[in-house]
Ligand binder design. Structure first.
Ligand code: SF4
Ligand code: SF4
Length: 441
């Protein structure tokens, strides 16, 4: 694609990077066919190619974002299916991240939208605030019907609908410390305890620690780590996202200095995509660029890491039929497609893949709150495809997808690690009944 940026514009490294990305696009439109919002809405401006044109126009003319561009960029899930499809290697992720930061700087959203986003950015990345907010959600639940009737309050209704009615207790394993590996030491890793997941389902990380230590891997929960910054990054709040990235880079760099690390284990693929991008996000900060690149190179999804270990024969041979839902951040963001399915199959599960596996389930960070209607359409489409597999359980590697799919599916939805842990001798995953798993023993 031809571009017409001035030399003065290109002196801004963010613009220069976006210009390089724009020049790679050859307008072929292959990406439209796999874009969930184009497939759902049928509007070129809600396709990757349409958004690329809108972003080019905004940046090239150096103008502030307007209502039209904000509407179409807000509808983008950042699922990155377009990057998997694109034959020209267009890095849509970095382009849309730049556009979102530009929108945040130059566009004044309506008051309620601004307030909703400010509350999400204040609450979600902080487990204690998120926990308190979920407890308060019970008070708002009787008003869901009312909120749904008022367009500006639909995000509030969506939030209340997603909030679980009860919460598991805080896990002691999430506190900073070292969990020693059993038997012969096979490695040393740090684990990201994260934010929303540690409140909604702390058993995911507990199970990961339990399985890894049984396999002889020492697991460190480093002092000072926190939210990866993905949630605010996708809202264009760059300063907040970069502050989170710097804090984690510091925490993990200290952990490397205190005994070395083979990997930083991430159990939510949405976080993994962002942490693997820390090197790029902090490339312009001389104090952090090298450290961030080292952290990104160490970041591994838990299934990516497990696939590098020589796993023993499973303790059980389940034979249970599992529908594997590959989160967008797993398959498109990190290009991890093979390992989770192979691990499940090796552990004795019968793995089935739903049709249209490339399409997002509509969770996408805060998307199911901020764009509840499109999100619900994508969720229902996903659930229909999952249920058509005839599986007894759904496995996936991202808490956002688990919450989203479970809100409409009739079958249990669990993190992949819980099924693997059970097959390798761990306890039955919570929420899965005897009928679904134990019957297969
Ligand atoms: S990230 Fe997903 S929703 Fe956004 S343009 Fe690409 S395919 Fe479409
Ligand atoms: S597939 Fe790639 S090159 Fe083709 S229009 Fe989409 S982004 Fe541009």
């Amino acid at each position: 694609m031809q571009t017409n940026f001035s030399l003065a514009q290109l002196a801004d490294p963010h613009v220069a990077e976006s210009e390089k990305i724009l020049r790679k696009c050859v307008h072929c439109g292959f990406c439209t066919a796999t874009c969930p919002t184009y497939v759902t809405l049928g509007n070129e401006l809600d396709s990757p190619r349409g958004r690329i044109y809108l972003i080019k126009d905004m940046l090239e003319n150096g103008r502030p974002a307007d209502k039209e561009i904000v509407t179409h960029i807000d509808r983008c899930l950042s699922c990155l299916a377009c990057m998997t499809t694109c034959p020209s290697g267009v890095n849509y992720m970095h382009l849309v991240d730049h556009a979102r930061a530009h929108i945040q700087e130059t566009y004044k959203r309506p008051l309620l939208d601004r307030l909703t986003r400010a509350v999400l950015a204040f609450v979600l990345p902080y487990p204690s605030r998120f926990r308190a907010a979920l407890k308060l959600a019970g008070l708002g639940r009787p008003f869901i019907g009312l909120f749904e009737k008022l367009p500006a309050l639909k995000p509030v209704a969506a939030m209340l609908k997603l909030a679980p009615s009860s919460l598991p207790p805080v896990s002691p394993k999430a506190s900073p410390g070292v969990h020693a590996g059993q038997g012969t030491k096979r490695g040393r890793v740090a684990i990201l305890t994260g934010c929303a997941q540690s409140v909604l389902d702390p058993a995911i990380n507990d199970t990961t620690i339990s399985l890894l230590t049984r396999l002889g891997v020492e697991v460190v929960v480093p002092e000072g780590e926190g939210c990866c910054g993905a949630l605010v990054h996708h809202m264009g709040r760059e300063d907040q996202a970069l502050a989170s990235a710097r804090r984690n880079v510091d925490a993990w760099t200290r952990a490397v200095g205190q005994g070395g690390l083979d990997a930083i284990i991430i159990t939510a693929s949405g976080c993994g995509t962002t942490i693997k991008d820390y090197g790029f996000m902090l490339r312009l900060d001389p104090a952090y660029a090298d450290k961030a690149a080292r952290v990104s190179a160490l970041a591994k999804d838990v299934t990516e890491y497990l696939a590098t270990l020589d796993l023993p024969e499973p303790a059980r041979k389940p034979g249970t039929v599992v529908a594997y839902h590959s989160a967008c951040s797993m398959q498109h963001g990190q290009k991890i497609t093979r390992q989770p399915k192979e691990l499940l199959a090796k552990a004795g599960f019968v793995v089935r893949e739903p049709r249209e596996g490339h399409l997002c389930c509509g969770s996408a960070g805060t998307y199911n709150i901020l764009q509840p209607e499109i999100s619900a359409k994508l969720r229902d489409r996903k659930v229909k495809n999952i249920e058509a597999t005839g599986a007894e359980i759904v496995a996936t590697g991202n808490i956002g997808c688990i919450t989203q799919i479970a809100s409409a599916a009739k079958l249990p939805v669990v993190h992949t690690i819980k099924l693997l842990d059970w097959a390798y001798g761990g306890p039955m995953p919570e929420g899965v009944s005897e009928r679904e798993l134990a019957a297969a023993e």
